[in-house]
Design a protein around this ligand. Structure first.
Ligand code: FAD
Length: 390
């Protein structure tokens, strides 16, 4: 019997990890997605997109053989978190409180992609520099006109997922009317491997630890702010834009890291809460194609990598007489992902709403809640488990 073919659409981190995991699991895989040459890593130049990679994702990437290929000098372990409310609410989480050494790692998007691309090459995976256009009775049609037979088509083709649309998979989508602004900053004081987060009227500001540079200490900013505020900032010409951002940063961070200066371009990403049906006959979605969550917990990519891990397990455990695209098999995948994805969506959406509410009672509740959490070791252990994805 010939091996069944699996086509993975999407050459982002989720698609690359999926193609690699499936190939290592003995499947016949074709990868379809744009091949973008990554600039070689340069000292003191960092990719504007960084991710907080949970311990669970780190273990998965290590299992794929790619974690050890990352340049250790460009990774930053998070050993502690400080979370501030808008009125004295504060929670401190330390990895040792749950007998761990690291809560998560800050990794550049480009470096993860680079090592995954290298591994895809080493495994000789067929990577077609093409884009998904259509699905016709088990055959994938690329934009170049090429055809690919697919017993299972995996859509890891990002939030706009043409695979999802072609397969008629339902999507619930809610815009947050907010933008995630990202930039790297020079900081006067050392972050000491601590991730800092503030919830206030201007949204959720996170300062994530990054390697020091010749200019001194460095952090990466992820500021999820109301669309109106973000657009006001983005509209300003340089250098006023940086000056205005730095003034807002100083106020929001209460000088916790001393003076902060913008050292990179400022990028903005519109934020959505999205959940899809995840599967259709012969089709499964993974990553942002399947769901999106508010970035306040830094969990979107971690959820996508957990999708891949689950799909690999479900396919490895399927009965020999079932095909890879069998709905019974795919339903096991959807069921296994439903609860963790819903839990993350509810937690991040709930926190976003709690802090977006402007009433005095909501303000009292959130800050009193934070003080309370800060005094309860048991809850802290749970939160640390959540942050590390375990
Ligand atoms: C501000 C912000 C901060 C975030 N911080 C974190 C964090 O700290 N930790 C975390 O875990 N997550 C974080 N996330 C979420 C994370 O960015 C996403 O979940 C993750 O990038 C999704 O990866 P993906 O591979 O599913 O999709 P993408 O990265 O969007 O990749 C999709 C791929 O599909 C390709 N594609 C598109 N169309 C086609 C087609 N027709 N055919 C073939 N291929 C196609 C694209 O070229 C691309 O390569 C953050 C998100 C935001 C907005």
């Amino acid at each position: 019997m010939s091996k069944e073919s699996i086509v993975v659409c999407g050459s982002g981190i989720v698609g690359l990890a999926c193609a690699l995991g499936l190939t290592r699991g003995g499947h016949d895989v074709a990868l379809i997605g744009p091949r973008q040459a990554l600039p070689p890593p340069a000292a003191d130049v960092y990719c504007p997109r960084v991710y907080a990679i949970s311990a669970a994702s780190q273990q998965f990437l290590a299992g794929l053989g790619v974690w050890s290929m990352l340049d250790a000098g460009r990774l930053t372990p998070i050993e502690a978190m400080e979370i501030y409310g808008d009125a004295h609410g504060r929670v401190n989480l330390q990895a040792w409180q749950a007998a761990q050494t690291t809560l998560a790692w800050i990794v550049e998007s480009s470096e993860l992609e680079r090592v995954l691309q290298q591994a895809v090459q080493v495994y000789g995976i067929r990577w077609h520099d093409d884009k998904f256009r259509e699905l016709q009775a088990g055959t994938v049609l690329g934009e170049s006109g090429q055809r690919f037979a697919a017993d299972l088509l995996i859509g890891a083709d990002g939030a706009k997922s043409p695979v999802r649309t072609a397969a008629g998979i339902h999507l619930d989508s809610k815009p947050y009317h907010a933008i995630g602004l990202v930039a790297h900053l020079n900081a006067e004081l050392s972050h000491q491997q601590t991730a800092l987060q503030w919830f206030n009227a201007e949204g959720v500001l996170a300062l994530l630890p990054m390697p020091d540079t010749a200019e001194g200490h460095q952090v990466s900013m992820v500021w999820s702010m109301p669309q109106r505020l973000a657009q006001e900032l983005q509209k300003l010409p340089e250098p006023e834009r940086h000056a205005a951002l730095e003034a807002r940063l100083q106020a929001a961070s209460g000088n916790r890291l001393g003076r902060l200066r913008v050292r990179s371009a400022l990028l903005g990403f519109p934020l959505f809460l999205e959940q899809s049906g995840m599967i259709a006959p012969g089709v499964a979605l993974a990553g942002d194609a399947a769901h999106r969550v508010h970035p306040l917990a830094g969990q979107g990519l971690n959820l996508g990598l957990a999708d891949v891990q689950t799909l690999l397990r479900v396919l490895a455990e399927k009965e020999a007489y079932r095909q890879v695209g069998d709905m019974r098999v795919l339903q096991r995948y959807r069921r296994a992902r439903a609860e963790p994805v819903l839990a993350m969506s509810l937690a991040t959406d709930g926190l976003h709403r709690l802090f977006a509410a402007r009433s005095a009672s909501a303000a009292w509740m959130r800050n009193a809640g934070m003080q309370c959490v800060d005094r309860l070791p048991f809850i802290k252990r749970l939160l640390i488990g959540g942050a590390s994805g375990q």
